[in-house]
Ligand binder design. Structure first.
Ligand SMILES: [Zn+2]
Length: 443
């Protein structure tokens, strides 16, 4: 029971009314409580007792004795000074009273030493964690190792820049420090970086909207890394696209393994052409999908390239129109190098390049038909994602994609993965899927 539980009359606050014994007990408890921990009114009474001379210097107040009342206020009339108390009586008495009051109030008891507060540890947020992890990964790449990096957050997205590049004062420009190699990140535009980052964010929100099953896979934020020079950029990209060359217009690359989006410093030159933005968005889509693919189970090339092409052309070109024209021309000239199952099963760029080179119409230009593959990929994805009433292909494709990304078992077929995928989308074979796609393109 605490003091708060005791009512003003000394009885238990909320309990049933007790008998006279309980009332006495409560009063005794209250007194004991007051004596154990003197409160303000007790100290006031103590002081009053001292002033009235009712306090014994040699001992404490008798707990059983009635507490002397404070002297009544002086009656109106001529004021009379109380008779002075000799100092040899008053001083020791006051000292004794103060000591007693201090002892009763617990002021002289050893104070509990508060436990020291643990030092606050600042938890790094997801952006900082992503930047630190990305810096560690790129340090293992020969073209980027041994460098110092500056971490930046641009429009809410993490970016690593070579440390010699600093943000300009008016945040209008990024000014480079020591540089000399052609294509170095010398004078680059922070506004351009912001533009590219916003385009990436737009593409990702489109992906999240189009592919809810893929968006459900939670991954750390994608880190964009600005290469220190065009040379370093090409050194990192060339092995990944071999045997194809790194085109001059390639300014971005989703670097597998390092799991970052690498930008050529030229992409940050003020006023770059729109195709730069498309390239950055295209690679950002690759990075978005790869980040969500289980290790050792990449998405088929046609799905990645199809989605990357479709999303990066959003608003710039009519994907359907472009695919229709290119595929019709390849068909009319009999130069389509790929069978439907090959389009759906070719695993990577190197295998695609080998297939296309083997069927090239002329040896001088071995890879000239690679765009035909891209037209197949983009039109297939666009067709499968077309959302019209009564169509089951979209649901089938999204379900298959979600299973692929979550690592769930995929439907299998003795005829191979292209047949299994086509059947998962609602077609009896890859050829049937391509025929339906051709019909949609001709609409
Ligand atoms: Zn691509």
């Amino acid at each position: 029971m605490t003091t708060a539980d005791i009512g003003p009359d000394g009885t238990d606050g909320g309990a049933a009314p007790g008998g006279p014994d309980e009332s006495l007990l409560s009063a005794a408890l209250r007194r004991a409580e007051e004596e154990a921990r003197p409160r303000t009114e007790f100290r006031v009474r103590l002081r009053a007792s001292f002033a009235a001379g009712g306090l014994q210097p040699s001992g404490g107040p008798d707990p059983a004795a009635p507490v002397p009342e404070a002297p009544p206020p002086p009656a109106p009339g001529p004021r009379r000074r109380p008779a002075p108390v000799p100092r040899w009586i008053a001083y020791p008495a006051a000292a004794a009273a103060l000591l007693l009051a201090a002892l009763l109030s617990g002021a002289l008891e050893p104070r509990a030493v508060p436990e020291p507060l643990l030092p606050a540890v600042r938890r790094p947020g997801p952006l900082e964690e992503a930047l630190v992890a990305a810096e560690r990964r790129i340090a293992e790449l020969p073209a980027l190792s041994g460098r110092r990096w500056a971490s930046r957050v641009v429009e809410g997205r993490p970016v690593l820049l070579p440390a010699e590049i600093a943000f300009g004062s008016a945040d209008a420009a990024l000014h480079g420090g020591a540089h000399g190699e052609p294509g170095d990140a010398g004078e680059v535009d922070a506004g351009e970086l912001r533009l590219l980052v916003l385009a990436m964010a737009g593409a990702e929100s489109l992906l999240a909207q189009e592919l809810p099953t893929a968006a459900a896979v939670r991954v750390p934020p994608l880190v964009t890394v600005v290469a220190p020079s065009r040379g370093a950029f090409e050194a990192l990209v060339a092995p990944a696209v071999a045997p194809l060359p790194v085109g001059d217009s390639t300014v971005a690359f989703a670097l597998r393994g390092a799991d970052v989006l690498l930008l050529s410093p030229g992409a940050l030159d003020p006023g770059g052409p729109p195709c730069e933005e498309m390239d950055v968005v295209h690679e950002a889509v690759h990075a978005w999908l790869r980040a969500r693919s289980p290790r050792g189970r990449p998405l088929p090339l046609w799905v990645e390239e199809g989605l990357a092409g479709m999303v990066s052309q959003e608003g710039a070109f009519d994907t359907k129109e472009w695919c229709r024209g290119l595929l019709a021309a390849a068909d009319q000239n009999g130069i389509d190098p790929l069978f439907p199952a090959e389009v759906m099963e070719v695993p990577d760029t190197a295998s695609l390049a080998a297939l296309v080179k083997a069927r090239a119409p002329c040896d001088e230009r071995p890879y000239t038909l690679i765009p035909v593959f891209h037209a197949h990929a983009e039109s297939l994805v666009a067709f499968l994602l077309e959302d019209h009433p009564g169509c089951v292909h979209r649901a089938g494709f999204l379900d298959w994609l979600g299973r692929h990304l979550s690592g769930a078992p995929l439907p299998e077929s003795p005829d191979g993965p292209a047949f299994a995928a086509a059947r998962a989308f609602g077609f009896e074979s890859p050829e049937a899927l391509f025929r339906a796609r051709d019909g949609w393109l001709g609409e």
